[in-house]
Design a protein around this ligand. Structure first.
Ligand code: DLL
Length: 434
């Protein structure tokens, strides 16, 4: 099913012509409206006139998460606040979130992009869609919400958490589409079965999962657990939120909405642009965003692009499922966590050494984070009250900065392994459960 068939099936040369026109306009727009870009582009000697073909994009400098953070909160906005109608944010590297703003046109384009990938797997106006992403600054819930409403679905904005209630509503409200992270869907299906709810009593037929990776093994389990067709969609707050790309019914890659996003693949170490079909870091230029346009944004996500026309008839390029990150960002229960955030919290606490380990596990398809911290004075081991206070203090500060609960385990001085080269601080055991 198509939402905007004429756009989704455009000839490649027409897509490229549209992208070039929009790219030129974007360079001009950024020059005029964002001092940060004006400086960057001027230094690089780039003006709209100099962009003659799409590959001239290589002369534009990359933008990174650090650039957004350095301009916190609104420094990269290209319009005055009177034109902004929504603000979202995602977690950043130092506890400060990455803030993004949307104009009314942005929200409209965003809903179109979301409606496209929902329609592409068969979601339509007869559907009842339960949104089990957390509503709030996170783009997942409201992004899907607007797109699904645009398709005419009946949306259940239940948000995340309270899993037994989620299962009850799925059954009682007759939800046909479930929207969540894949791990939460898996957990929900187990809770539903523990409650005695069988798949026959549910009307679920499609899962729209995203915001984190999903192995084929987990996908199979979710499909069996809920008796639905599980699909993957991708996005990030800096670029818009969900809707950057999504699978169609053939599930052979995620179609990028190329009229709004211009993708490139680069070597993440050298910054060199790689030829089509090679694996590397995805870089995206937003072609239509007004609130906070992104020129060559480095997503840090590793993938590969395929430009051949898909069996579904869509011509928009397909990206393979995200295969990892070129930085150390972790997705824990849907939240972006950087080890550097944890380090900065630990640095503020007296009585502990800078040596720590993060242990990630998965139980009932839910991620758990344990932070193992070394105390720096053996005498403390004898004093339960002080140890307890230290542990609670660290747990509280971590929760405040990360936004998720971590179990803090204090360990004896010099008990955490030391490394001669790069320290290995992350022990990720999450795939061991599957
Ligand atoms: O996760 C936006 C989103 C919400 C996408 C709901 C899909 C559904 P952020 O919180 O900014 O935005 O996190 C973005 O999450 O750079 C990827 O590393 C990861 N990610 C998002 N979708 C997928 C996916 C939202 N389908 C970061 N597969 C991205 C693997 C994903 N990783």
């Amino acid at each position: 099913m198509f939402f905007q068939k004429d756009i989704e099936t455009m000839h490649r040369k027409d897509i490229e012509a549209l992208q070039l026109e929009r790219l030129k306009h974007l360079v001009d727009y950024c020059m005029k409206n964002v001092p940060f870009y004006n400086k960057r582009l001027t230094e690089a000697g780039v003006t709209a006139d100099k962009i003659k073909c799409l590959s001239d994009i290589q002369y534009i400098p990359y933008t990174t998460k650090a650039d957004i953070r350095d301009n916190y909160p609104y420094g990269l906005f290209a319009v005055p606040m009177k034109d902004i109608v929504r603000i979202h944010a995602s977690s950043g590297t130092t506890g400060k979130p990455t803030v993004v703003g949307y104009t009314r046109n942005d929200i409209n384009n965003w809903s179109d992009c979301v409606a496209r990938f929902c329609a592409a797997v068969g979601v339509g106006d007869e559907d009842v869609a339960q949104i089990s992403f957390g509503y709030g600054l996170f783009t997942g819930a409201l992004g899907l919400h607007y797109g699904l409403e645009k398709l005419g679905c009946a949306v259940i904005p239940i948000s995340s958490g309270n899993t037994q209630k989620q299962a009850m509503i799925l059954k009682d409200f007759g939800a046909t589409v479930l929207i969540s992270t894949p791990s939460y869907a898996m957990y929900m299906s187990e809770v539903a079965h523990d409650m005695g709810i069988s798949n026959e009593e549910l009307k679920l037929r499609i899962g729209l999962f995203g915001s984190e990776g999903c192995t084929d093994a987990l996908r199979d389990k979710i499909e069996k657990g809920f008796g639905l067709f599980a699909t993957d969609n991708y996005g990030m707050s800096e670029l818009m939120g969900p809707g950057v790309s999504g699978e169609c019914e053939y599930r052979c890659g995620l179609h990028i909405a190329e009229d709004h996003f211009l993708p490139e693949i680069i070597n993440s170490e050298t910054g060199e642009v790689l030829p089509a079909g090679e694996k590397g870091e995805l870089v995206i230029t937003t072609l239509t965003k007004e609130g906070i346009p992104m020129l060559r944004y480095r997503t840090k996500d590793i993938t590969r692009l395929h430009y051949d026309t898909c069996k579904c008839g869509r011509t928009h390029v397909r990206m393979e499922k995200v295969q990892g990150r070129s930085d150390d960002m972790l997705k824990i229960r849907g939240v972006n966590v950087f080890p550097s955030q944890i380090e900065s919290v630990l640095a503020t606490i007296d009585g502990i050494s800078p040596h720590y380990e993060l242990v990630l596990t998965r139980k009932n398809y839910t991620d758990y984070l344990e932070v193992r911290i070394e105390i720096n004075d053996t005498a403390l081991l004898e004093n339960f009250a002080d140890l307890d206070r230290l542990q609670k203090d660290a747990a509280f500060k971590l929760k405040t900065v990360l936004g998720i609960q971590a179990k803090v385990t204090l360990v004896a001085p010099r008990s955490i392994q030391r490394y001669e080269g790069k320290a290995k601080r992350i022990i990720d055991k999450r795939n061991e459960e599957e």
